[in-house]
Write a protein that binds this ligand. Structure first.
Ligand code: NAP
Length: 481
């Protein structure tokens, strides 16, 4: 069992109290690297969620002034910095990513609270300069109310930081549901939140099987906004469930990122950036390059550079020094990557690095060998679905138009990357790509200072940047005669 001063109890948190499930039942949390059950957490359901929503609603009777919210956000930053190593240690043990990556994720999370603290003045009431109809107009940014925040396992603290920082800035009350695979990092965050000066009931944590909890969040009339990060399939279901109550939804969903290398690109730089982008979280991030599109004139040279680098990656338990890639989250994820690689090879692709491993049967120890395949057909499964694993699938193209047509040939619109030395070519490509995040000579993903979200089936709404600060407010206009 995991031993941490941030986890004196591994319970839910409702109305300022640590609480068990009504049923007393608990769910195992397993270390995906070792198979060890490291904790048990409450198996909560609709009744606990309802109580959390009621507590959140009551807490709105104690509004916080903007200055107080700024202070709360700053205290969270300080606390995350202080507990960086310990939260990282918990995160690695339940998720599997290398410790250095886990600690970097804590820094990333702190960045969202820091950004909101620094920019919260954007939510100050303002007076319109224009005086329409001869009236003076004020605009207030009122809190949306109670918000339901549902997060995935791939960034156990990063994803909630994006949502919660904006919710606190807006003075909303939150009911949070983490993924059942990674609830411990969230519990540690709540231990930190206990001491930052939030009113009782302002943040609540429920956990357990997703259905009854998310149904309650979508259906309860007091919840005014549901913000979800996860798969497109589940996002669509939540939107349907929120429709009868005309509830606002923010959906941060799946991706299928193209990574385009034009013939004039700096190939060493592009290869370095691909490695940093593709293998983060063992390839399990929504912004991971999925389709590597390379001009045919440089494809052999680029593939060789990537292969050299990938062959040096070390796979293992993220708690051990020197490990670059941890296990995949479960057997389902492992077998999906395997299916994508096998399908591409059956259609004529060439295996450059790696192997097709035996199918995984257990949800732990799913260490997938980093793999490079070249000559992948564009209609292979890996070209159409999000792989979510350490598989570099290279497809060749012969003209700019073909590259851009292939890149846009997906229902997703989250992230894309392009590498070229030609500014005009880059600008033309960026304009034509239907992706909300386009890395130009970089494989960098989002940052707290910039708005991030999806186009098309990757969802809508923005997190981060000034745009993200406005996700949980209702503008109220007051013309005065
Ligand atoms: P997921 O299966 O959709 O789960 C996400 C969250 O929804 C978890 O808390 C999960 O709870 C819950 N959930 C699962 N089934 C549900 C249902 N039927 N109704 C309501 N809630 C449900 O996604 P995931 O596998 O955790 O995450 C990977 C996906 O997230 C990928 O597609 C990735 O691209 C996407 N993602 C997107 C972004 C972005 O910013 N756009 C960022 C990160 C990840 P349980 O775990 O308890 O089942």
């Amino acid at each position: 069992m995991i031993d941490s001063h941030l986890l004196p109890r591994t319970d839910g948190y409702i109305d300022g109290q640590w609480v068990e499930a009504d049923s007393g039942e608990r769910l195992d949390v397993t270390n995906p690297a070792t198979g060890e059950v490291i904790a048990q957490v409450p198996r909560m359901s609709a009744a606990e969620t309802q109580r959390a929503i009621e507590a959140a609603t009551r807490s709105l009777a104690t509004p916080l002034r903007l200055e107080d919210r700024r202070r709360v956000l700053e205290r969270i930053v300080t606390a995350l910095q202080e507990h960086r190593s310990e939260i990282g240690r918990i995160l690695t043990q339940e998720h599997g990513k290398p410790l250095a990556e886990a600690e970097a994720e804590v820094d990333y999370a702190a960045g969202f609270f820091r950004y909101c603290a620094a920019n919260i003045d954007a939510l100050q009431p303002r007076i319109l300069d224009e005086k329409p109809r001869g009236l003076s107009w004020r605009v207030f940014y009122r809190p949306a109310g109670v918000v339901g925040l549902i997060t995935p396992w791939n960034f156990p603290i990063g994803m909630i930081a994006k949502k919660l920082s904006a919710a606190i800035a807006a003075d909303c009350a939150s009911v949070i549901k983490p993924s059942s695979k990674t609830p411990l990092t969230m519990i540690a965050l709540f231990r930190v939140l206990e001491d930052v000066g939030l009113p009782q009931g302002r943040v609540n944590l429920v956990m357990g099987p997703a259905g009854p909890i998310s149904d309650c969040l979508c259906e309860h009339p007091a919840v005014r906004c549901v913000s979800f990060t996860g798969s497109t399939e589940v996002g669509r279901q939540l939107m349907e469930k929120c429709a009868p109550g005309l509830k606002r939804v923010t959906l941060e969903l799946g991706g299928n990122a193209p990574f385009i290398v034009f013939a004039d690109a700096n190939l060493d730089h592009a290869a370095d950036q691909l490695l940093a982008n593709k293998f983060r979280g063992s390839g399990q991030t929504c912004v991971c390059a999925n389709r590597i599109l390379v001009h045919q004139d440089v494809a052999d040279a680029f593939t060789e550079k990537v292969a050299e680098r990938v062959a040096r990656l070390s796979v293992g338990n993220g708690m051990e020094a020197g490990v670059d890639i941890g296990p995949l989250i479960d057997a389902k994820g492992f077998n999906k990557v395997r299916r994508h690689a096998e399908d591409a090879l059956q259609q004529g692709a060439r295996l450059v690095v790696g192997e097709i491993p035996d199918a995984a049967e257990s949800d732990w120890g799913c260490f997938y060998p980093p793999t490079v395949i070249d000559g992948v057909r564009r209609d292979a499964i890996v070209g159409c679905e999000e792989t979510f694993g350490p598989l570099v699938a290279i497809t060749r193209f012969s003209s700019d138009d073909e590259a851009l047509e292939m890149a846009n040939d997906t229902e997703f619109g989250l992230a894309a990357y392009l590498f070229t030395a030609d500014e005009a070519r880059a600008e033309r490509a960026i304009r034509s790509l239907h992706f909300a995040h386009v890395g130009h000579n970089t494989g960098s993903g989002p940052a707290p200072e910039a708005p991030f979200g999806g186009m098309l089936q990757s969802g809508f709404g923005r997190e981060g940047g000034i745009e993200g600060l406005f996700e949980f407010v209702e503008p109220q206009t007051v013309p005065r005669g």
